[in-house]
Design a protein around this ligand. Structure first.
Ligand code: FES
Ligand SMILES: [Fe+2]
Length: 328
């Protein structure tokens, strides 16, 4: 992973899921403990310097995190503030701390602690009046695998046959690829409702859709009708352990019939998710067992994948704006 990637902010959990007790998390294979004080949220290495017990098993004593073994107390900065039973000064030791902030209802952490900018903003135009549903789940594979999968339309005819698109009903669609410094996006024009059951049932008025990758590991998908943004999906990808990616997903919707639609739509989305998880874990198992570092063949149909791979390997988005026609 390029150092530019490690200097960014990653979503660890939703704010509502970090309550008064400390919480364990992982980021790039490192164990973290998250906790709240009056000053805000904090992320430390999940290891008591005394005997390496997990601090996430401890408890909060006011604004201090207390280790459950011998009761050492730590401040949000990681500094040791108190050793119970000792009349001497506490030892000059500190638990390594990571940059940690709360923004847009998400707790963000930066693994290398050096990001000068804050976490990426999740604000967007038109959010007023949209209903939000949040959930999280894990997928197996690399960060690249997981992200590309969500933005890749070309597997939908096979992996999600009939559900998202159908092989027998392909039609020409124009796609505009736009490369920015911190994002790369594909805008789909003239697809109408795609050929799968989901859009045939719920998205007949969609005239334009968009899939965007944004630094460091965010996917945004938008579905527009003639007048307004009908639905927007935000996916925040966080590498936890080797080949495990945690995804925090937000769906913002605007549909008068939402209460009727959701009970039917949810199982369909869950099925699509299961299909993707299966293909990703099967892909990762085979590749990591036999082939190691990826050396892929790309075609123009791999719309955003090569740009995303470039970011993770070289620390920047590269490429040119272009427009292509594909059969979707
Ligand atoms: S191991 Fe944490 S106080 Fe002893
Ligand atoms: Fe998929």
């Amino acid at each position: 992973m390029h150092p530019n990637v490690l200097a960014q902010w990653f979503a660890i959990c939703r704010s509502v899921d970090l309550k008064r007790s400390p919480r364990a998390a992982q980021l790039f294979g490192r164990p973290l403990v998250l906790f709240r004080t009056e000053e805000g949220v904090h992320a430390l290495l999940d290891r008591c310097p005394h005997r390496h017990v997990a601090l996430s098993d401890g408890r909060m004593l006011g604004n201090r995190l207390q280790c459950r073994y011998h009761g050492w107390e730590f401040e949000g900065s990681g500094a040791c503030a108190q050793v119970p039973g000792s009349v001497a000064e506490p030892p000059r030791c500190a638990v390594p701390a990571f940059g940690c902030r709360e923004q847009d209802g998400i707790v963000w952490v930066t693994p290398e602690g050096g990001a000068e900018t804050g976490p990426p903003s999740l604000a967007f135009e038109g959010i007023e009046g949209m209903k939000q549903i949040w959930s999280d789940f894990t997928v197996e594979g690399t960060l690249f695998d997981a992200i590309e999968n969500f933005l890749d339309p070309m597997h939908t005819h096979t992996v999600h046959a009939g559900l998202i698109r159908s092989e027998k009903k392909r039609s020409p669609v124009r796609i505009q690829i736009a490369c920015e410094e911190d994002a790369v996006s594909a805008t789909y024009l003239g697809e109408g409702a795609s050929s799968g059951a989901i859009q045939q049932l719920f998205g007949l008025d969609i005239v334009r859709s968009l899939g965007r990758f944004r630094l460091p590991s965010i996917v945004e998908m938008e579905y527009w009708n003639e007048r307004f943004l009908r639905c927007r999906i935000v996916l925040l990808f966080t590498p936890t352990e080797e080949a495990e990616i945690r995804v925090t997903a937000g769906i913002y919707g605007r549909h008068a019939l939402a209460p009727l639609i959701l009970p039917i739509l949810k199982p369909m989305l869950r099925l699509a998710m299961r299909q993707d998880r299966e293909v990703l874990s099967w892909k990762y198992a085979h590749e990591s067992k036999y082939f190691g570092k990826a050396n892929y063949v790309h075609t123009e149909l791999d719309l955003l994948g090569p740009h995303i791979l470039h970011w993770f390997r070289h620390g920047k988005i590269a490429g040119e704006d272009r427009e292509i026609e594909v059969l979707l």
